[in-house]
Design a protein around this ligand. Structure first.
Ligand SMILES: [Zn+2]
Ligand SMILES: [Zn+2]
Length: 299
């Protein structure tokens, strides 16, 4: 697809979808240069993989097969993270994944932490891949905390016209709303607007672990399968984001970099892809800053 066509498409789609940042993720799907079907392997089944990260953090990575409704051949998938912080009293989850994988996630959490209660779910933002399963947790008596600004997205459940089923979910009312500055279960709530207006990051102060949601950007690398659409969707969402939001995201990233430079962050755990530790943290943040700066320049 030529750059000119790409920009024209972006412009038209952007205008159509502008009312909802949530819906912008779909824009990316329509802009993708899709690899040929021959490259696709057998269809990935939805599953949850478990990774033990530094600082006692567990990363549950959800593999979400993308439907042919999106125009992708079978076998393409998307990945999103749910993190568990293990406290004396029980587990606190950062994000809760997609609606469809709730049972798989609960099973994976139960195997990793037998007989340990889930104390709460803290949401980084209101998109389907992070907040989608929230209503199941509330029904199970587990409180779900969310940004007061993103609560409208969660109540709508991203059920906007034109959004493919892969990115919709059952709307619900979060148990409690956060505006930033609070400390919950030893996690400091940091407003990091941009990706959504209400995006939050959480800093676990004891281990200096930062959960950044989609404020930071994951990177494709040589070891990523061609069927993995995670980076492409994130990046195309970024390209379709308005200038004001990109500026906010840049400010948020710089404030996170200040925390890193001030020695308050040792690990960073993004909403997608792997975690970063030690000297990789500022490098990763700087890459995110560079990508958002470039998107802003092209916007
Ligand atoms: Zn998002
Ligand atoms: Zn996401």
């Amino acid at each position: 697809m030529s750059i000119k066509l790409r920009q024209k498409r972006k412009h038209v789609l952007h205008r159509l979808l502008k009312p909802t940042t949530a819906a912008l993720i779909i824009t990316g799907l329509l802009l993708l240069a899709i690899p040929s079907a021959a490259q696709a392997k057998t269809t990935e089944t939805a599953t949850v993989k478990v990774y033990l990260e530094r600082g006692g953090i567990t990363r549950f990575e959800e593999y979400i097969p993308l439907s042919t409704e999106l125009g992708l051949p079978p076998g393409f998938f998307y990945k999103a993270n749910v993190y568990a912080v293990n406290f004396r009293e029980g587990i606190v989850l950062i994000d809760c994944g997609v609606e469809e994988l709730y049972s798989d996630l609960i099973e994976a959490i139960g195997q990793r932490f037998p007989n340990r209660p889930i104390l709460a779910v803290l949401l980084t933002h209101g998109h389907a891949d992070h907040a989608g399963a929230g209503h199941y947790f509330i029904e199970a008596g587990i409180p779900v905390y969310a940004s007061i600004i993103d609560s409208y997205l969660i109540q709508m459940g991203m059920n906007f016209p034109g959004v493919p089923g892969d990115f919709t979910y059952t709307g619900y009312t979060p148990t409690a709303l956060l505006s930033g500055g609070e400390t919950l279960f030893g996690l400091k709530v940091i407003p990091t607007p941009g990706h959504t207006y209400g995006s939050l990051s959480f800093l676990e102060m004891k281990t200096r672990s930062l959960f950044s949601g989609d404020t930071t950007i994951s990177y494709s690398s040589d070891d990523v399968a061609p069927e993995d659409m995670t980076f492409e969707l994130e990046y195309q969402t970024l390209l379709a984001t308005d200038k004001v939001s990109l500026g906010m995201q840049l400010d948020s990233l710089n404030s996170l970099l200040d925390l890193v430079n001030g020695g308050q962050v040792k690990s960073i755990h993004p909403g997608h892809n792997r975690s970063y530790h030690g000297k990789d943290v500022p490098v990763y943040l700087q890459k995110s800053i560079d990508v958002v700066t470039a998107a802003l320049a092209n916007n």
